[in-house]
Design a protein around this ligand. Structure first.
Ligand SMILES: Nc1nc2c(c(=O)[nH]1)N[C@H]1C(S)=C(S)[C@@H](COP(=O)(O)O)O[C@H]1N2
Ligand SMILES: [Mo]
Length: 360
């Protein structure tokens, strides 16, 4: 479905919510589009690129309405390798701690990396000319989420400085091909370093405003609440920048019941550093963190992308738990347990990565 691999883990068919099996991401700095996760809150719109228009309005000197051709011809082309990570990545481990009703039980593969082609949002905003009081840039799409009452199209916003930083793209290309419909074609926003939710797909309107977007997905959803708090507009920490995290891709514990042979085994994973930082060390353990091996950590394929790592462990016969934790260049590392991170909507689980395998 949607041009994805047959072995995708499809959490929901409609709206389509699917992540690859972790092993499908292993060892590949760029994720093939057929393995790239997809997260949708409503039915995906079928927009005709020929009639699609992008409106830029709000606190601007000049309102703009651009066709796809105008967007492609009037601004400098830019391709960037960017990792998109869903704030709900690794939620499954949080809901094992305490239930999280109504949320997708994402595993560790709701994160993927692609080469995105488009233009800098900064260049488009410069032509519109943000005016006095401008502080946020809001994006609106036409897809309506059935789970929001009253129904509302998808939207979100980022700060004006981030929007003008150059790296934020209006993208129509993904891995060298036209942006597929399920990933937001004809045009989506790509906000490097931020939770995937801010990379609004099927974008049709960009409004420069004094306040953040009042859209449900900005004002109420994608917020980090204290464990016993009730959700509500403006409550909790609005998620923007993506937290440092890591995941184990191989071996892959989706193979419940599958046995691994004892002996030297390649362990492969990813680590993602927060904005402006780099992962400089990944530790891997077979005894829950009593002793650690250091994995080889690849350089990031771009300043906005994950880093892959790998090591070889000698697996003894019996049940085993492989644990990994990443460190960045400021000496920060990941929290140990998901229980200490549990929050009502199940976001930002960046605890140590763990995989249980049966060896014998
Ligand atoms: N219009 C629109 N944009 C959206 C969404 C959506 O449901 N509708 N989902 C967001 C979320 S939560 C994520 S994680 C990413 C997923 O992008 P992908 O489907 O291309 O992987 O898109 C974001 N942009
Ligand atoms: Mo997401």
């Amino acid at each position: 479905m949607w041009g994805k691999r047959d072995d995708m883990i499809v959490h929901e068919e409609e709206p389509f919510n699917a992540e690859p099996r972790p092993a499908a991401l292993a060892g590949q700095p760029l994720t093939p589009t057929e393995a790239f996760y997809s997260r949708n809150h409503g039915p995906s719109p079928d927009l005709d690129p020929a009639t699609w228009r992008l409106r830029i309005d709000g606190l601007v000197d000049r309102e703009l309405v651009l066709s796809l051709c105008e967007l492609q011809q009037r601004f400098a082309l830019r391709t960037e390798v960017v990792t998109l990570g869903c704030a709900g990545n690794r939620r499954a481990e949080l809901l094992a701690v305490r239930p999280i009703p109504g949320q997708v039980p994402w595993g560790p593969a709701t994160i993927s990396t692609a080469a995105w082609t488009g233009v800098s949002l900064a260049d488009v905003l410069a032509e519109a000319g943000p005016g006095a009081g401008a502080a946020h840039v809001a994006f609106t799409a036409p897809d309506v989420s059935p789970s929001v009452v009253p129904p509302q199209p998808y939207g979100g916003s980022i700060s004006l400085p981030k929007a003008c930083s150059g790296e934020v793209l209006l993208a129509w290309g993904m891995n060298g091909a036209p942006l597929p419909r399920i990933h937001g074609g004809p045009v989506r926003v790509v906000v490097p370093g931020y939770i995937g939710a801010r990379s609004v797909k099927w974008v049709q309107r960009i409004s420069v405003q004094a306040q953040p977007s009042e859209n449900y997905f900005q004002a109420e959803d994608y917020r980090l609440l204290p464990p016993d708090a009730e959700p509500g507009p403006g409550r909790g920490i609005s998620l923007g920048p993506l937290a440092m995290t890591s995941g184990i891709l191989c071996p892959d514990d989706d193979d419940a019941g599958a046995r691994l042979p004892a002996g030297p085994t390649d362990v492969i994973g990813y680590a993602f550093a927060a904005e402006g930082r780099t992962i400089v060390r990944v530790d891997v353990s077979l005894d829950g963190g009593g002793t650690w091996n250091q994995a080889a950590v690849d350089d990031p394929p771009s300043p906005w992308a994950w880093q892959l790592w790998h090591t070889t462990l000698d697996l003894p016969v019996g049940p085993a738990e492989i644990t990994a934790r990443a460190w960045d260049d400021t000496g920060a590392t990941q929290p140990e347990f998901p229980a200490s991170l549990w929050n009502p909507a199940g976001y930002d689980n960046n605890s140590w990565a763990r995989v249980r395998v049966d060896v014998g």
